[in-house]
Design a protein. Structure first.
Length: 196
């Protein structure tokens, strides 16, 4: 779950693509229909570079069935790692990815599937205009999570965003936040660019 939130935060913040959320956040088996129609953001397609800063505090516990299988030594190491992480840490990531017209018109929650039968997620497009999108994902089951992402197109070549999330599993809670800035680099995407 921690990895899911971090990957979700990094991927969502790393691009205005929104398409990346389709592969990096778990979803219930059936496609989710959002309550509103997605309005394409008024940004250029092509190669974008994004820099995101992710802050995480707290940590997640283990599901009871996993904890039951650990040796006392493994449990002690896990607890020590969680205590070390509890104070929080921040990391910055920069990546390049390709934004297509399809990415701008595809509901980011439309075709996400989960292979985890213990966690079920529901994504909602809260608002969508040509300059702003607000998304929320809520998960329940073995772990619970709520994550909200806001993306703003400053102009056709620049976007910013923020996201916050809270996850609870195994009696522990982890909070995450992300801030990002994205810049359009050009209309052509190199072969090695991320084309998710």
């Amino acid at each position: 779950m921690k990895r899911m939130i971090l990957l979700g935060a990094v991927c969502l913040s790393a691009t205005v693509l929104l398409a990346q959320t389709q592969k990096n956040i778990d979803q219930a088996p059936a496609p989710v229909k959002t309550a509103m129609k997605m309005t394409p953001m008024n940004v250029k397609t092509g190669l974008w570079q994004s820099t995101s800063t992710v802050a995480i505090t707290g940590g997640l516990g283990l599901p009871p069935d996993v904890a039951a299988k650990l040796t006392p030594e493994q449990k002690a190491r896990y607890e020590a790692a969680m205590q070390a992480q509890a104070g929080g840490h921040t990391s910055t990531h920069t990546n390049k990815s390709c934004l297509t017209q399809k990415d701008l018109t595809t509901d980011p929650f439309a075709q996400k599937n989960s292979d985890d039968e213990h966690i079920h997620c529901h994504g909602t497009l809260l608002s969508s205009t040509s300059t702003d999108i607000v998304l929320q994902e809520t998960c329940s089951g073995e772990a619970s999570m709520t994550y909200t992402m806001k993306i703003h197109a400053v102009d056709q070549e620049h976007a910013t965003g923020t996201g916050t999330g809270t996850a609870t599993m195994g009696g522990r809670t982890m909070n995450s936040s992300v801030k990002f800035q994205s810049t359009w680099l050009g209309a052509t995407c190199p072969a090695d660019a991320n084309h998710d």
